[in-house]
Design a protein around this ligand. Structure first.
Ligand SMILES: [Zn+2]
Length: 314
């Protein structure tokens, strides 16, 4: 479905992503937002029958897991959530991705290094003014020294204290000074979450949890289950070099489970590459999310994490 007429960037064609699925509850597509309220009695009954091994009228067997996953009360009765995120603050993001997103009124999450913002502060100030999220991606982007580019700035040689003070908190200070924002979410550089090696490895997830509402991984396989996921180890699937059919498959899987799909990329341009999001794919995502029938809540990582946290504490 990625290369048909609906994938044209200029045509008025509708997005190719499948329309709203029929509810698991046949004639009654109401989402149950409170498992204990009388209006959810039907759902409770349906769940009970599924637990007893019943099969839906059309012959599709529903597992209790599937039923449960449809219960997360996304706002406005929507079926899933989607966040688009970009790391490092690369120039092609504000040259290519931001104008496209702004044209669609889509808010994305950007994780620029403070050094990148200092080099070109104006487009990043404009991004903040347009409502995009600016999150923290550390000060100097430490990753495993197994990456040669990080051999002299390796997580293996770093202490938790160093990471907290010199990387996370210092980046917060600099981003606040440059852009007047207080980052609410963090994107782990290279998606890596530990310092040290072997028996002395320590996770820095608790450090991220202490200072941020959410932490986003990278190179994950799938969407997050909003009812279960660790907000400080959120899965994020790469959207670099991914075509429309590729993102449609991810959206479909997230929609089927009422999940939160977080996509993460780097550069943005007309041609894909190992670290480049294809602009046609980005355009496609914006159109698909704007189609009400698809039931997608597209918002920033921080806004969706905040909603989930609110639901958990309610
Ligand atoms: Zn990065």
């Amino acid at each position: 479905m990625g290369h048909g007429p609906t994938s044209s960037a200029e045509g008025p064609a509708l997005p190719s992503f499948p329309r709203r699925r029929e509810s698991s509850f046949g004639e009654n597509p109401v989402l149950c937002t409170d498992a204990w309220s009388p209006s959810c009695a039907g759902m409770t009954e349906a769940l009970a029958s599924v637990e007893m091994g019943e099969v839906r009228g059309d012959g599709v067997e529903l597992s209790p897991e599937t039923m449960n996953s449809t219960q997360f009360p996304w706002p406005g009765g929507r079926q899933m959530a989607l966040s688009l995120s970009f790391d490092d603050g690369r120039e092609s993001q504000w040259r290519n991705a931001l104008p496209l997103l702004d044209r669609h009124g889509v808010h994305a999450s950007f994780y620029p290094l403070p050094s990148a913002v200092r080099e070109h502060p104006e487009p990043w100030r404009a991004a903040v003014a347009a409502g995009h999220e600016i999150g923290n991606h550390s000060l100097t982007h430490p990753c495993s020294g197994n990456f040669r580019f990080s051999r002299h700035n390796a997580l293996e040689e770093m202490s938790l204290e160093e990471l907290e003070q010199q990387e996370l908190l210092e980046a917060n200070r600099q981003l606040e000074a440059l852009l007047g924002v207080q980052p609410r979410s963090f994107a782990y550089p290279c998606g890596q979450t530990t310092v040290g090696r072997g028996e002395s490895v320590q996770s820095y997830v608790p450090v991220v949890a202490r200072h941020f509402l959410a932490g986003r991984l990278f190179f994950s396989e799938m969407h997050n289950d909003p009812a279960y996921c660790d907000l400080h180890q959120l899965y994020a699937v790469t959207m670099d070099n991914t075509d429309e059919a590729g993102v449609d498959a991810l959206l479909e899987a997230a929609q089927a489970e009422g999940g939160w799909l977080i996509l993460a990329g780097h550069d943005a341009g007309p041609e894909g590459s190992r670290q480049t999001v294809i602009l046609n794919t980005l355009e496609h995502l914006c159109r698909v999310a704007a189609e009400p029938a698809n039931g997608i809540w597209l918002d920033t990582v921080a806004n969706i994490a905040s909603y989930i946290q609110g639901d958990r504490t309610a």
